[in-house]
Write a protein that binds this ligand. Structure first.
Ligand code: SF4
Ligand code: SF4
Length: 299
């Protein structure tokens, strides 16, 4: 279906030009990501750090890392070439809120140089409660939080460790802190009227049955969209999950879960799992046209 769907009118007005949130808009409006955030405060079993963050991006492609100043130049260059550019997202390659100086500096510079471009942010949520004020001040329109579980026992299978308050936590203790912080951060943002989408990575036999519960929990805290993404299987997942090769879900399994969640909150079905440095319309990637060398050579 294209268009407003079940979204309330007030939310639809805010997202109708956003390629990631509106099936209709993703054919007409472009978004870009700038990869300014290299560090991460969480280890996900499906990430091996050579790749972009699975918060918003497809594992398997390493993106260039930019300084905030380089990022704003890139945004201006892209906005000149792609006039349909409406959204700038920061989604990695690590966690934007584990790199708060770079992330908020980039937002500040872009807001000054290109005030019409909407800002969005994607995070694992661990640091989120500490940055709700900064996010509101930066006038970030939309935040995406990746929440794969609300059950710490399941979380312990997905996250080997987190780094929180200058300390490394592991196992169920780590997963409980992460879950509490994610749900708290989601609630704090929605209470302030900041739109929140939740991403979940569907991992067969780990969290697949449980994601219906996640869907209810995030809906009750005000998430307006739930994006269930398939785990993209990679050979190293076998080792990190301690299983004999962790597979991704089949298309039928994914659809069955999305159907089971439909009606609970709007479920996003057109996500393309973009790279952390993606440029262009969803489903097209023009990042190769806008390399750091190319941007610097324009001076
Ligand atoms: Fe990787 Fe993102 Fe997970 Fe961090 S939050 S470990 S960058 S997938
Ligand atoms: Fe879209 Fe996510 Fe990128 Fe924002 S961070 S522009 S929601 S893909």
């Amino acid at each position: 279906q294209a268009g407003q769907g079940d979204l309330p009118k007030t939310i639809w007005e805010k997202v109708k030009n956003h390629p990631c949130y509106s099936e209709e808009a993703h054919h007409h409006y472009a978004r870009m990501h700038v990869a300014v955030a290299p560090a991460c405060n969480v280890q996900c079993n499906y990430c091996n750090r050579k790749y972009d963050c699975a918060n918003e991006s497809r594992p398997g492609v390493v993106s260039e890392k930019l300084t905030p100043e380089q990022a704003v130049r890139k945004v201006l260059a892209v906005a000149t070439s792609i006039p349909q550019l409406t959204v700038l997202g920061i989604a990695g390659p690590g966690d934007p809120l584990a790199n708060p100086e770079k992330t908020f500096k980039t937002f500040e510079l872009v807001a000054k140089a290109a005030p019409d471009i909407k800002l969005c942010l994607s995070t694992n949520g661990l640091a989120l409660p500490d940055y709700v004020d900064s996010i509101a001040r930066a006038k970030v329109d939309h935040v995406t939080i990746t929440i794969n579980t609300i059950d710490p026992e399941i979380g312990a299978k997905i996250y080997p460790w987190i780094f929180f308050n200058h300390k490394r936590y592991t196992g169920i203790e780590a997963a409980k802190i992460l879950t509490d912080r994610q749900l708290q951060g989601l609630q704090m943002l929605t209470e302030r009227g900041i739109l929140c989408k939740v991403n979940s990575v569907m991992i067969p036999d780990i969290n697949d049955q449980h994601l219906v519960e996640v869907n209810k929990a995030v809906k009750s805290r005000g998430a307006f969209l739930h994006n269930i993404m398939p785990l993209i299987s990679a050979s190293e997942h076998g080792t990190v999950f301690g299983l004999n090769g962790q597979r991704g879900p089949t298309a039928q399994e994914l659809k069955a879960l999305q159907d089971a969640c439909e009606g609970e909150t709007n479920v996003m079905r057109h996500c393309r799992q973009c790279r952390a440095d993606a440029v262009g319309l969803l489903g097209e990637d023009r990042s190769a046209e806008f390399t750091t060398e190319g941007i610097m050579a324009m001076d």
